[in-house]
Design a protein around this ligand. Structure first.
Ligand SMILES: *Cc1c(COP(=O)(O)O)cnc(C)c1O
Length: 405
């Protein structure tokens, strides 16, 4: 007989490692941009599982791919290749600068592969002195020890003993700070082409172009972490396309699987050859079930209609937030690109982003924060105009309660 378990929020504190502090709300199902909790309360989802659910919840194309592949074969390991992985890799290669793909299961693992590759590439091509990695303050690249050390927030990387070495942090959007650090010993510059977790900060055109030139000048590889910005999030298939600056290595995860865990590190043939047989690997990476779902997500997002739709929805979002701000005067700035939007709270409301998120939740709207002062929105890329309007109305109610107490 199976034991009946009351899966409520109290049980979390009993049985889960306390590294998260989840909401009391436990969602049980979703459809498109809507989600329902255990009490059947309905929410509009502007969070998208942290910029993951690029096609909302239970999109028919993804459900179909999952069911179809689920009845064929789930897992093989990399002792054998499989059809969904090969098809997905071919589609990614055809759509981007890259010629080679390595599959992982998450953003951090994709970055881990990129970081090991840049070190190996430099060792093979230039010698053991070339190990310096330059990344950026406030940057975020995942939670493995290497990626969290490359990330630019010490509160995430301190307290675990000695860190991987020769990693330095420059200031985002400050080319001089990169110039001060870069030298012949630099093997790579690692950056998000729009800082997500760090506060929804777009790079200036001069900055990205300048970083690309410095990398070329010092024989360093440019790695774009597009884990959050990739697969349509900014209105281009990848953000680098909108910037007209091509990296040497790119990592993609989050939206790649539309909710199914998968990540990838993509690069040129010339660079990829340094990860030769036996140098790196993963048991699950490129598993047929994940790749089949990701292939359906990639096909659905990678077309003009969806990508143009993101740009049009960005305008609708920003206009709606501007209208709310005109009434309540709560934001210093609304920024971001595509459907990765940050509403920066005024100084008087400093530190209150989480309170706005909680107030919105009470009104039936799921949102995110990016640090203590920014409310972040990363909804489905195919959310309808009506759902955006209704979600913004709910957000306005929350703002009004925050302002009027
Ligand atoms: C979320 C994120 C990661 C980490 O991805 P995981 O799947 O949580 O490992 C890495 N880089 C960026 C830019 C991210 O936004």
């Amino acid at each position: 007989m199976t034991q009946q378990i009351n899966a409520n929020r109290e049980l979390f504190d009993d049985v889960m490692v306390p590294n998260y502090s989840p909401s009391a709300v436990i969602p049980v199902r979703g459809k498109g941009a809507r989600v329902w909790d255990q009490q059947e309360k309905e929410y509009i989802d502007f969070a998208g599982g942290i910029a993951v659910n690029c096609l909302g919840h239970c999109h028919p194309a993804l459900v179909d791919a999952l069911k179809t592949q689920g009845e064929k074969i789930w897992h093989l390991s990399n002792v054998m290749t499989n059809e969904p992985a090969l098809r997905l890799a071919k589609k990614i290669v055809d759509a981007t600068f890259a010629e080679k793909v390595y599959f992982a299961n998450s953003g951090a693992e994709s970055n881990e592969a990129a970081l090991k590759l840049v070190r190996r590439w430099a060792l093979d091509n230039h010698g053991p002195h070339k190990t310096k990695i330059i990344s950026f303050k406030q940057g975020f690249h995942g939670r493995t020890f290497f990626t969290v050390s490359v990330g630019g927030q010490e509160i995430y990387s301190d307290g675990f003993g000695p860190k991987p070495g020769d990693i330095v942090h420059a200031e985002y959007n400050n080319l001089d700070s990169v110039k001060e650090l870069i030298c012949d010993n630099t093997c790579a510059v690692v950056m998000e082409p729009l800082q997500g977790e760090g506060g929804i900060i777009s790079p200036t055109q001069e900055f990205v172009e300048g970083v690309r030139e410095l990398c070329d000048q010092f024989n360093a590889l440019l790695v774009f972490d597009e884990v959050q910005t990739g697969v349509g999030r900014t209105g281009d298939l990848y953000a680098y396309m909108g910037l007209n600056v091509t990296p040497d290595i790119l990592t993609t995860a989050k939206a790649l699987g539309g909710g199914f865990p998968i990540g990838a590190m993509i690069t040129t043939t010339e660079i990829a050859k340094h990860l030769k047989v036996g140098t790196h690997g993963s048991t699950y990476g490129g598993n047929p079930l994940a790749c089949a779902v990701a292939e359906a997500a990639f096909d659905t997002v990678n077309n003009k209609e969806v990508l143009d739709g993101v740009k049009q929805k960005e305008a609708q979002f920003k206009a709606g937030l501007a209208a709310i701000n005109a009434k309540y005067d709560v934001f210093k700035e609304v920024r971001g690109k595509g459907l990765l939007i940050g509403a920066v709270l005024k100084d008087e409301l400093k530190g209150k982003a989480k309170d706005f998120l909680n107030a919105a939740m009470a009104e039936g709207l799921m949102s995110l924060v990016a640090g203590p002062n920014i409310v972040r929105f990363a909804p489905s890329l195919v959310i309808t105009d009506e759902e955006i309007n209704e979600g913004l109305q709910r957000f306005e109610k929350a703002v009004s309660k925050m302002v009027n107490g």
